[in-house]
Design a protein around this ligand. Structure first.
Ligand code: ADP
Length: 326
């Protein structure tokens, strides 16, 4: 059983809708179980600067519906150094924090893994990223909201694309993961998705053209994942302009709009479940695991498995998109 009395919470790296719902859940579940809670501001930076505040239940009132994160987020170079992490550890000791809940993506959980290796402090991760690129969890906090934001935008672009009979390349986020692009394409009825996972296998533009993607249509939408591996939407638009000048091509880069907005019901429920489970995990004496959800069950995923363990794209989804876009 755990001897933890006070937990610290932070949000780090790229923000994602639903982070506030997670902060609320962690805080309230901790208080419910008799633990003290401290909110750490600006990710790992707050551990270095000491920007920390005790959280009571009221501190997380009225935030479940808000996008962004009330704890703010930041990228912190100093935490990447052993000296920076030593300062962070000293801050935790000074504040009496004896377990840490980190809400963030791949990078943030990597930081937590390294920190937990160096210092004897239980760290629990919650997958907070719109990219859905953490292994061992079916979905991540923020992914569903971002997907719905993409749909809203693509539906609108479809109207103008059809009126002008244009080919649109729409760039979505995802870093090196094609989940947003592929599922965004299926859900919006796009003609194709260009994703990093297949960038080395085939020339995805040649595939599109070969498949006659514009034979019977008066508009076409191709969703492109923003990634160095794909080259992004501009790269494909330039190629089409040069290689297939008969097409009237436009590009829309959705950008940071995908990170904002009120979280969907799915993300709020996910964040609430994962947040509550993070406290169960601490009380059970778990350490250095990410809380995930698989087949609707809470799972504990060791950091080493969750991070940098390429989460596979289902071939079935690729086939569904290809078949339904004829
Ligand atoms: P995300 O969590 O969204 O993937 P980043 O990759 O930017 O975001 O990482 C967020 C923060 O996590 C970094 O600014 C840094 O403070 C910390 N971090 C990332 N990688 C490491 C690492 N290898 N060692 C220590 N800290 C790290």
């Amino acid at each position: 059983m755990s001897t933890v009395k006070c937990i610290g919470i932070l949000t780090s790296g790229g923000d994602a809708p639903g982070m506030n719902a997670a902060i609320r859940a962690v805080t309230r579940a901790a208080i419910y179980n008799g633990l003290q809670v401290k909110g750490i501001y600006r990710g790992y930076k707050g551990l270095i600067t000491g920007e920390i505040q005790e959280f009571k239940s009221q501190n997380v009132s009225n935030i479940i519906q808000l996008g962004g994160t009330i704890l703010k987020t930041a990228r912190c170079q100093e935490f990447m150094t052993p000296e920076g992490r030593k300062i962070a550890y000293d801050t935790l000791i000074k504040e009496g924090i004896d377990a840490l809940v980190v809400i963030g993506g791949d990078g943030s959980l990597t930081g937590a893994r390294i920190f937990a290796q160096e210092y004897d402090i239980p760290c629990i991760g919650l997958p907070g990223t719109i990219d859905n690129d953490l292994f061992g969890t079916d979905t991540t906090i923020g992914y569903d909201t971002a997907l719905n934001t993409i749909l809203d935008a693509v539906d609108k672009i479809r109207d103008t694309a059809t009126s002008h009979e244009r080919l649109f390349f729409i760039e979505v986020m995802g870093r090196d993961a094609g989940f947003l692009a592929l599922n965004g394409a299926i859900a919006s009825g796009a003609e194709a998705a260009i994703i990093p996972e297949f960038s080395t296998e085939v020339d995805q533009l040649e595939e599109l053209i070969k498949n006659g993607f514009r034979k019977s249509k008066n508009s076409s939408i191709v969703i492109v994942a923003e990634s160095e591996l794909t080259g992004g939407a501009m790269h494909y638009a330039d190629r089409v302009k040069n290689e297939y000048p008969q097409y009237d091509v436009r590009v829309t880069i959705l950008g940071h709009v995908q990170r904002g907005g009120s979280p969907t019901a799915h993300d709020r429920i996910l964040a609430s479940r994962l947040g509550a489970a993070s406290i169960d995990a601490i009380l059970e004496g778990q350490r250095n695991v990410m809380i995930g959800i698989e087949n609707d069950e809470i799972v504990y995923v060791p950091f080493t498995k969750a991070i940098k363990n390429n989460k596979p794209i289902k071939k079935e989804l690729v086939n569904v998109l290809r078949i339904l876009s004829i």
